[in-house]
Write a protein that binds this ligand. Sequence first.
Ligand SMILES: [Zn+2]
Length: 405
Amino acid sequence: MKEPRLTVSALLLGPLLGLGLAAGCSGNAPTVTQTSATPGTQTSWAGSVTPEVRVRLAAPQRDGKAQVSVAGAWVLADLEGAQLAVGSGLSGELLLSTTRATLAGRSLPRDGAVLTPQTNGDLRIGKRRYPGVLRIARSVGGEQGAFVVMDLETYVAGVVPGEIPAKFHREAQRTQAILARTYALSSVPADAQGAPIVVSDSGGQDQEYHGIPTVAAHQRIARDATETTRGLVLLDGATPLRAWYHSTCGGRTASAASVFGVPDRVALSGVRCDWCTSSKYFRWNSRLVAKDVVRAAGLKGALEAFEVTSRDVGGRATRLRIRAGGKSRDVGAPVFRLRIGPSKMRSCQLDQIEVAGGELVIAGRGWGHGVGLCQIGANTLAGQSARAEDIVRTYYPGALVVKLW
Ligand SMILES: [Zn+2]
């Protein structure tokens, strides 16, 4: 249950984003018919297809290499689909540099290549198993790196187990599937009409994607959550909502504007939450080493003072002033939190702060950035028989739950 990343590199299969949301939508997009005029879960868009997602793999991007294997038959083709090689069984290194790319010792075309296993799920990269195909792209419309390409529903089923514990209620799992789908779609830049989807898996703060779940029970739970919410997306007006979520809000969710500096939206403005008191991080205490605090503030010397200079309407710290070595510095609280470590300062809901004995002693509430849905609260509501569709409306007021495919 990691918190979503502050930044996401992503492009969307443009024609599909436009699908049905703009009147007179045509071109490459499928013909769309609104079969129900009722806003909410009953609205469906007939004739649409599931968009494709390209998940950018972090390891080859970072290290310039990754171990790739396919146990059964495979086909290697160029980006236009022309076959380059076929075989059965493949194991070797993918090497990516600015000048060339090779896979298991074979030089790849200048633009890139696609490796398609005959059996879906037969692709291994590093220690993980992936559905779909491996696409290696080099400077194709700005798209560069190694991607696993799959349909969005398959992607959602892979995200759910990484973002929510399997023991959470079924409606909480379904809620997470709606958010995973929406968050991926919202990663699309406005100028990406016609471009493919790219969703980063670079690990840590972004929505995590770890390939095919290794535990069979987790696979079943995620598949159920995905299939029973198929195509359901949260819309803010005509566009997919940036559906941030976090572990525990501590009593009130935060506004996206104050945490991420994005334009204020009603659906992301923050709501009261009475349902996460059971979280072990509803209240927490932490002792931070003073010199780490000083370094995170970009200062030197002994820590002299640490104060909250600004809070949002819910009481969450937005600005901090840190004084050390005779100098003081103002820092955004969410930025400071990520610098010092999000599990050391679990949230910006800071109730008590004390500089004592070479330490910064703080007491706070909640875990995560606080924006959007509170996962522990959602699980409590799910345990009280709330439906996923109602849970998301509770945390994202005014957002519509719409079935896009
Ligand atoms: Zn909460």
